[in-house]
Design a protein around this ligand. Structure first.
Ligand code: 2YJ
Length: 273
């Protein structure tokens, strides 16, 4: 699991509203619509929650410590949805206490292994991994017009890759896995998927060219090119760092969705209501 860095997210507070627009342009879903779809609620329910609920982001110092601008970025995304948000001035348990004293209904907080939203009113909790995949599933549904019978390859079989593969299968897609780590092959087979990575092939990546949809859950960075895929292929890429270079991202244009924090955070809000 990749840990975000200050450098990656330093612009996020400024770009959160642009990203809302970009997502709407590319998928028909902005933040509010996405939160509604992942949670099975109406857009009006999300909008009225935004008008009435307060959300706090609590910095957490444990493990590798606070990531500069992480909590502020989370707050910026949720503010863009219309929520009254704040970052607590104190971290950890003291920050949670501050959030509650200042009337927060939902708190967002992350350590090195988990990022959650906790609803202090009804006890509901949303995990970022689950929310991210649920959000990307909606993004893919909207972009593809339906996943039933589509050929999909999931790149990487870590936590996100496994969740993605299972949800895609449940949606009726024909799912294969591309995973270079030999130690995971058994698990892939046991879970009932075919692994299409073949290290004996001169160019193992050539196996990717046949797929309509690519779910990229790798965290290597800069190892794929637009030309590795068909010209109509759709790419949903929650993995960080991003697998494509800038020229490839330009070429893929609206066929590719990659985010750092937005889709997961917005989906967590929906799932924590
Ligand atoms: O409060 C802070 O600034 C830090 N404790 C935030 C830590 C953020 N955590 C991560 O980036 C971890 N990799 C966990 C994220 C789970 C994503 N699925």
């Amino acid at each position: 699991m990749s840990r975000l860095t200050r450098e990656w997210i330093c612009d996020l507070e400024r770009t959160a509203p642009d990203w809302d627009r970009l997502l709407r342009e590319r998928t028909g879903l902005g933040y509010v619509e996405l939160a509604a779809q992942v949670s099975g609620r109406s857009e009006n329910e999300i909008r009225s929650a935004a008008e009435t609920m307060k959300v706090a982001a609590v910095p957490v110092t444990s493990g590798l410590g606070i990531i500069g601008r992480f909590s502020a970025s989370v707050a910026a995304i949720l503010s863009t949805m219309g929520f009254d948000t704040f970052v607590t001035s104190r971290p950890d348990v003291d920050g949670l206490y501050e959030a509650s004293c200042r009337g927060a209904d939902i708190v967002f907080l992350a350590d090195d292994s988990r990022y959650i939203a906790l609803n202090l009113r009804n006890g509901r909790i949303a995990d970022n991994n689950v929310a991210t995949v649920t959000g990307y599933m909606q993004v893919l549904r909207s972009m593809s017009g339906g996943l039933l019978g589509r050929s999909v390859v999931v790149l990487g079989y870590g936590v996100i890759g496994r969740l993605f593969a299972e949800k895609l299968r449940q949606a009726g897609a024909s799912v294969a896995i591309y995973e270079r780590n030999i130690a995971l092959q058994d698990r892939i087979e046991r879970d009932g998927f075919a692994c299409v990575y073949d290290s004996t092939r001169e160019d193992p990546k050539s196996a990717l060219f046949q797929y309509d949809i690519i779910a990229d859950a790798t965290n290597e960075g800069d190892w794929l090119r637009a030309e590795d895929f068909q010209e109509h292929a759709l790419i949903a890429a929650p993995g960080v760092p991003f697998s494509f270079d800038e020229a490839s991202a330009d070429k893929l244009g609206s066929r590719c969705i990659h985010d750092l924090l937005e889709i997961g955070t917005v989906s967590m809000l929906g799932l924590a209501l």
